[in-house]
Design a protein around this ligand. Structure first.
Ligand SMILES: [Zn+2]
Length: 112
């Protein structure tokens, strides 16, 4: 299961890097167990019409030029999927703050 997810993430990251181009200096995968949207539920699979889904998203963390890939829990993923306006939802702000903090924490752990 973990391998399957990692392979898929590599593929998706390739697509995002193609989209964001040269501004991407690196990528990082948010790998905490808790969903960055609600910080309550575990990240995981969910089902739409009986089909297994994984919600993989990426956020461009411009402060560092890092593309952060992340997964959501089923509940948050449904919220994002149901939003067809294309505008950011309040949950996006939460996600972006959580990812930024997690990445800064990761950098500090690397320097320690
Ligand atoms: Zn969630």
């Amino acid at each position: 299961m973990a391998d399957e997810k990692e392979l898929f993430i590599d593929e998706i990251m390739g697509m995002f890097i193609a989209r964001f181009g040269d501004s991407v200096q690196g990528c990082w995968v948010y790998s905490d167990d808790l969903c960055p949207g609600c910080q309550v539920n575990d990240i995981g699979d969910f089902y739409i019409k009986g089909e297994r889904q994984i919600s993989i998203n990426a956020y461009m963390y411009r402060n560092r030029g890092i593309l952060i890939a992340y997964l959501l829990c089923g509940h948050c993923a449904m919220q994002v999927i149901a939003n067809s306006s294309g505008k950011n939802l309040p949950i996006h702000e939460t996600i972006e703050k959580t990812l930024g903090k997690a990445y800064e924490r990761y950098l500090r752990s690397m320097n320690a």
